[in-house]
Ligand binder design. Sequence first.
Ligand code: GDP
Length: 462
Amino acid sequence: MRQPLSRELSNLLERGRDRQLRLAVTGLSQAGKTAFLTSLVNQLRHAGVEARLDLLPAAREGRLLGAQRLNQPDLGVPRFPYDPGMAALRDSPPRWPEPTRGISELRLQLRYRPARSGWLTPEIAHLTLDLFDYPGEWLLDLPLLQHDFYSWSQAQALHQGEQRRGLFSEWLAAVEQLDPAGEADEAQLAALADDYAQGLRRAKQAGFSDLQPGRFLLPGELEGAPVLQFFPLPQLDASQEALEALPASSLYATLAARFRYYQQQVVKPFYRDHFRRFDRQIVLVDVLGALNAGPERFEDLSRALRQLMHSFDYGKRSLLTRMFAPKIDRLAIAATKADHVTPDQHGHLVQLLEALLAEPLKDLRFANVPVKALSLAAIRATEAREVTHEGKRSPALRGTTLEGEEVLVYPGDVPSRLPKADFWQQQGFDFPGFRPMHTPSEDLDHIRMDAAIDWLIGDKLT
Ligand code: GDP
């Protein structure tokens, strides 16, 4: 008799407490964070009625009664723009939600009926879910904490491929003329920092992902502040000792001081005040977008992801970065926009994602962090069809392009392993961007959002 009673009691205590979960969504820009969070909130709000969430037991069993928005506790964090996002999707023609550019938050209270009943189990239980969305670019700054200005400058010089160098050519030519020992000229520094930031933005637009410092791409409230007016000096030929002995007003010392300030006042506070406090995390990856963009960008995405995932990798941290280790007890990694390929390719898409993240996944599993890889479409924009050509049936997709043209396409086969040179030569990959579909019902159509929700919060709804 004692055993069941104590289990009942601990269930009761567990439910009686103000139960709360901080769930964060990240990914590089364009990965699909805004679409994901809009859909997540939409699915949970309509879980009791319309939303199709068969892979989430609490919803399938009719126990998830819905979700209500509450005021968020962090008054300093902007609210996630759910209503404007939904309004865009309901516009005619429907539009994608405007992407978020910094950290944002939304608090939901979920109502559900516990799975097990007993005399001590409440009829209705609540879970407070704090949802956060922040740019993955900010996580690319973690390695920056392990550098000083000198070693960072050298590291930045290392991975400049030909195409990337081309995007920075003017800036590089101007920086080569600089004398680290010369007096710093404020106006010149601001102009060169701006050129550098523009180079990063060009590289981002060209599909590159491994770009530092992260805030140069998404400055948020720091736009125009002197803390963002620095850049690496890739061609240093003096020794570090000699450079560090230069007076405080020198170009080198000024850039180094701003670099330190950026580390202390921008990167560290994000990790300390937000990142460290997340309970669960989903990392979104636009694998298909990178396949579409070609080999150099695909390789660059792979490098950026390896770097981004270091923030979650507890094993190999330095003492400094271990201070910022999250207490995350569950992680999901998702290839987004799966509706860009036919359903028969979804298995390959997950395999490719796992191949792309093989190293970080190994480290995470070694560190005993439960992690799941999946593919999903937060907001499905295509319908799967079959076409018959010369008596042979093959899968296809029907959708409307961003320009408004109705198309029926077969976008290509997704490789199940990291593509080698011959993949790019022989096959390649090509798909258009799709406009969201007009949705007559309240809930948004999706692919496997329910699987993602189940992995991220399902255990809290039992
Ligand atoms: P963020 O920068 O990470 O917030 O990315 P967004 O959520 O703004 O998504 C970027 C773009 O990807 C959107 O404007 C859409 O064009 C596309 N997208 C995002 N999610 C989906 C999806 O589930 N299906 C399709 N077809 N496209 C998507």
